[in-house]
Ligand binder design. Sequence first.
Ligand code: 5GP
Ligand code: MN
Length: 340
Amino acid sequence: MNSDKIKELKNRINYCKNIVITTHKNPDGDAIGSSLALYHFYKKKNFNVKVIVPNQYPSFLAWLPANDEIIVYEDDKKAASDLLFKADIIFCLDYNSLNRTGGLFELLKNNNAVKILIDHHLKPSNDEFDYIFSETDTSSTAELIFDFINKSGDIALVDKNIAECLYVGIVTDTGSFSYSCNNSKTYTIVAELVKTGIDCALIHDFVYNSFSFSRVKLLGFTLYQRLIVLPEYHTAYIYLSKSDFEKFDFKNGDTEGIVNYPLSIKGIYFSVLFTEKEDYVKMSLRSKGEFCVNEFVRDNFNGGGHKNAAGGESFLSLQKTIDKFVNLLPFYSEKIKKSF
Ligand code: 5GP
Ligand code: MN
């Protein structure tokens, strides 16, 4: 991150009052952790600051400090649009393009506030933002928020609240330090966070051991009945229909992490989860090694993300989406085979 650009921005922000922090649709641990960390930072600096997210996020994040301050656009459209209307500064965290913000898209697109992107996804939409801090080889946006605060000259303001939020961002975006985790800088930042007195074991417990009984049963059912392995393509996929979700009393976030299970099978390098939503099919893709799932989903299903973790949407039926996916595999088999 460029220190001069951050200092210039700091001076500009100092003349402003109202800051709004936004993140992408279906917010994950990094989206919420980064947003709340920056919220605490500007709160300490006495700005009027709010976090607005497009839709609900998983309940395993709801313990984070200042969780109650988050405005969910889909639940309170008026509050969200009033705040965005008054905003001087809008932070855009953990997304590379405004079209990742669901229902917030129109409100952001037509907004004249200064828009600041801080993100680690490939190919940021340069025209949509006034300041861009995009580093694609960073584990998480949370790491970039730490950098941003540090290079603003405010590291002394990083307290336990900020550290807890940033730690959640880093832990969830690295799968508990199991991918995107080969950079020593990540651990240097984590060391700084630990110094504030955060309890890493407790945070891990909040994030990973907070499932409902029905969520655990959904996982068992999914692995037994809905997992298809295609060894010839080193690929496996999982599909879950609307009626499956009804059977297991589905709550937002219940499918979190399920896409990773197929990668625990020896010889499987590419895993996809298809979930049937009200009017589309959500796809989550993961890979091991060199196979770029973001390119695969960008070229075929209008999505994007990172090399080893990406997502997309299909407007075909669940079965037609799966058929299209399976029919594509022969064209990618060499790349998948050499991935790992
Ligand atoms: P997940 O599978 O956890 O929903 O998403 C994995 C990664 O892909 C995340 O980094 C997320 O930002 C990105 N991603 C998920 N869904 C989409 C999508 O519909 N479009 C794009 N461009 N990226 C997505
Ligand atoms: Mn992220």
